[in-house]
Design a protein around this ligand. Structure first.
Ligand code: ADP
Length: 236
């Protein structure tokens, strides 16, 4: 469960990106965050795995007070929370498999991942993760040889390798053409059907409405809509 209580975020330059956020997301939800550029969507997502610190309030994720996490505890916490980026964030000059294996050793560059050094169980899990997003046949293809949609599926496999309970995604389909975007969203749906909570930012409102069961509208760092996708109106 993710619980924001009166959370605000002010960046060091003085920009207030989040104001008084109160929000509870239950396990297994599929939530899309919509709103204009600069509204605070990305900041909201990135506080959850502590890529950004909150400035005030309380943020509790899976029972952990996020502000209190550091070091080994923070690393363990992050293994349970997948993160997907618009630009995929793969290491391009190595294979899909090495990118996925790197999930097990976050401090190591995938370029240095020697498949032979990984225990059999990790290799199996990596292959299983690739298979679950139907990209197993590209396991030994370099990331820079893959299409955008394939890269995002490899990135999804990389998060799945560590059995996350939550996957955060910051504009995961913004760089994909409309057909590929839907294909990738179908995999988010599949992963959500397996019980993983999905929280993603998306500027394609139609896709948010089609895939999410709950939509958050953000404006100027505040939640201005929180409800089912089928009730969203043009004001959000
Ligand atoms: P969105 O994802 O909705 O486009 P962001 O969360 O990226 O919005 O940004 C919210 C506000 O915070 C914007 O005014 C943006 O310029 C500002 N902002 C974002 N990241 C930083 C940062 N690292 N330092 C300072 N200001 C930032």
């Amino acid at each position: 469960m993710i619980e924001f209580k009166n959370v605000s975020k002010v960046y060091p330059n003085g920009v207030q990106a989040l104001s008084d956020i109160d929000l509870t997301i239950d396990d297994g939800e599929f939530v899309a965050i919509i709103g204009r550029s600069g509204a605070g969507k990305s900041t909201l997502i990135r506080t959850i795995n502590k890529m950004h610190n909150i400035s005030s309030g309380t943020l509790t994720v899976n029972g952990h007070d996020v502000s209190a996490l550091s070091g080994k505890d923070l690393r363990a916490f992050r293994r349970n929370i997948g993160m997907i980026f618009q630009s995929f964030n793969l290491v391009e000059r190595t294979t899909a498999m090495n990118n996925v294996l790197s999930a097990f050793v976050p401090d190591m560059s995938p370029l240095n991942a020697m498949i032979g050094n990984f225990p059999e169980a990790m290799k199996l899990k990596a292959l299983e993760s690739l298979d679950s997003v139907d990209i197993l046949e590209k396991a030994y293809t370099r990331a820079d040889q893959l299409s955008g949609g394939q890269k995002q599926r490899v990135a999804l496999a990389r998060t799945l390798a560590t059995n996350p309970s939550i996957i955060l995604a910051d504009e995961p389909v913004a760089s994909l053409d409309p057909i590929t975007a839907k294909q990738v969203m179908d995999y988010f749906k599949k992963v959500n059907n397996d019980g993983i909570t999905i929280l993603l930012n998306i500027h394609h409102v139609e896709l948010a409405l089609e895939y999410a069961t709950r939509v958050l509208g953000i404006q100027n760092g505040r939640i201005v809509y929180d409800g089912p996708a089928n009730k969203v109106n043009g004001d959000v």
